[in-house]
Write a protein that binds this ligand. Sequence first.
Ligand code: ADP
Ligand code: MG
Length: 182
Amino acid sequence: MLELAAHILDIAENSVRAGARLIEIGIAEDTASDSLSIEIIDDGQGMNQEEIKKVLDPFYTTKTVRRVGLGLPLLADAARRSGGHLNLESQEGKGTTVRATFGLNHVDRQPMGNIISTLIVLIAGNSDVDFFFKYRHNDRQSEFDTRIIRHEIEDVSINHPEILKYIRGVLDEGFSEIKPEA
Ligand SMILES: Nc1ncnc2c1ncn2[C@@H]1O[C@H](COP(=O)(O)OP(=O)(O)O)[C@@H](O)[C@H]1O
Ligand SMILES: [Mg+2]
């Protein structure tokens, strides 16, 4: 079964491909409304009206070689199967926001998966892109920002193995609640 972390990786990779300099990833869990939302905001090239309409078609891609399996239609489907939905907003030249909501405790809601490893993969593979991550559970929120790390490490590259190890430590400590469920 697919995990939400795999969808997040895929959607954030779309943002990278769209030339984003900053990608914001937010996860919010709300027990009172039994909802889980995932939001990915980028400042990439965005899409025009025509592309926005096509993008939820499972056969639409601007890639020449398509990896089968994920993409926006599959995230939309995963959201709907748990009683939620997908919302896509995009402005050409400005950026894109993808928001998926899920029924938090719905039986068909996919498990979270390993969000921390997903973030490390994104940071390690895209050292010139900044990532801002926030996780909220009811009224408790934690945040992580590569711009702060960059400031701390000065001219060392963010994907230096020692820096990635340090980032993993920061994420493990700051987001100890998002443990893989399996
Ligand atoms: N954040 C984004 N910014 C700009 N274009 C996007 C973004 N996300 C998706 N797209 C466009 O929508 C297409 C479909 O995306 P997706 O469903 O993830 O499939 P794939 O990435 O395999 O092409 C992409 O090829 C791209 O043209
Ligand atoms: Mg994609």
